[in-house]
Design a binder for this molecule. Structure first.
Ligand code: ADP
Length: 313
């Protein structure tokens, strides 16, 4: 287990008021090699959880173990085991890119030719070749994020914790940073936070959703899609309009048939039926020429909203 969070609670003291429960008894684990999206609206408790997992903040209750080391009792080994890109990516703007990466590597005990080699490797990995001699303050936000990722990776940690790594990037930068995360995620365990559902869809198969300090979903994206409303839907397009739509009632588990026009029908069925195969077989049986068949993705944005709206406890 690369990251193990058990019954974690964090209270922030507020003067003159009761303490705020920013994280409220959460538990989850991340296996080696997984890229997991940690999703939730602003204020849900993502950064707090990540700060505890990186040994920046102590937990109020519960335990976090990273790469086998407990954040309370072995925080130095926790820090050695992970790379962390904090939310606002604190960088020394007056330092040159290469100089900063040398500095970051030296903090992890790298020296001499080993350090230089590692800096060069990181510059290549995150695509900073053309910018490596610039001051960090001269770089665009996208390139600063790359510097942040390079510093997080400099000591080759097995675990990466990235707090909203793509916030504020333009669409091109976003695609590039995702590509870098995907690349490094092949060999490492990655937990990254975001409040954007598409981000999770672009990067990982598993998602943990947190809302008001509590976990409201933890599973594979495919599971989340399927369980969102308990049904699956396909859009079938026939060569010509069906004379008798009721033939579609023979489909196993069919719940709804909607005519979309232009010979297209949206068919909704119980999730346990293999709808596409059934439509195909039915079309063959009834001599209907099927010219298109597409599985509909359920709306994950909708699932996210449903799980994190204020009425959801
Ligand atoms: P997220 O990263 O999901 O946006 P945070 O973990 O930053 O959420 O915040 C969770 C809650 O804890 C929020 O209500 C936030 O205002 C509060 N909070 C975060 N940091 C502090 C702090 N240092 N002191 C007091 N309250 C805080």
């Amino acid at each position: 287990m690369s990251i193990l969070v058990q019954n974690l609670t964090k209270l922030y003291a507020r003067t003159g008021e009761t303490a705020q429960r920013a994280v409220d008894g959460i538990s989850f684990s991340v296996q080696p090699g997984e890229i997991v999206g940690f999703l939730g609206p602003n204020g849900a408790g993502k950064s707090t959880t990540m700060k505890i997992a990186t040994a920046y903040l102590p937990p109020t209750e519960g335990t976090v173990v990273v790469n086998g080391f407990d954040v309370r009792t072995n925080s130095i080994d926790v820090r050695r085991s992970l790379g962390y890109l904090p939310e606002h990516n604190p960088l020394y703007l007056d330092m040159y890119v290469k100089e900063f990466l040398h500095f970051a590597g030296s903090l992890h005990g790298l020296r001499g030719s080993g350090l230089s080699r590692r800096v060069t490797e990181m510059i290549g990995l995150v695509g900073l070749e053309l910018e490596q001699r610039k001051k960090i303050g001269q770089l665009s936000k996208g390139y600063r994020q790359r510097v942040g990722l390079a510093q997080a990776l400099i000591h080759n940690p097995p675990v990466l914790i990235l707090d909203e790594p793509t916030t504020g990037l333009d669409p091109n930068q976003l695609t590039e940073i995702r590509q870098v995360i995907r690349e490094v995620g092949r060999e490492k365990t990655v937990l990254f936070s975001t409040h954007i559902m598409q981000e999770v869809e672009a990067l990982c198969e598993r998602v943990i959703i947190i809302n008001r300090g509590r976990i409201v979903a933890d599973g594979q994206l495919s599971q989340l899609r399927e369980t969102s409303d308990g049904s699956v839907a396909v859009v079938a397009e026939f060569e010509r309009d069906l004379e008798d739509v009721s033939v579609l009632n023979a489909l196993p588990g069919i719940l709804r048939i909607e005519a979309l026009g232009e010979n297209r029908y949206r068919l909704t069925a119980h999730q346990d039926s293999d709808l596409r195969a059934a439509v195909f077989r039915l079309a063959a049986d009834k001599n209907l020429t099927l010219v298109g068949l597409k599985q509909q993705e359920s709306n994950l944005e909708g699932v996210f909203k449903q799980l994190t709206t204020p009425t959801n406890k």
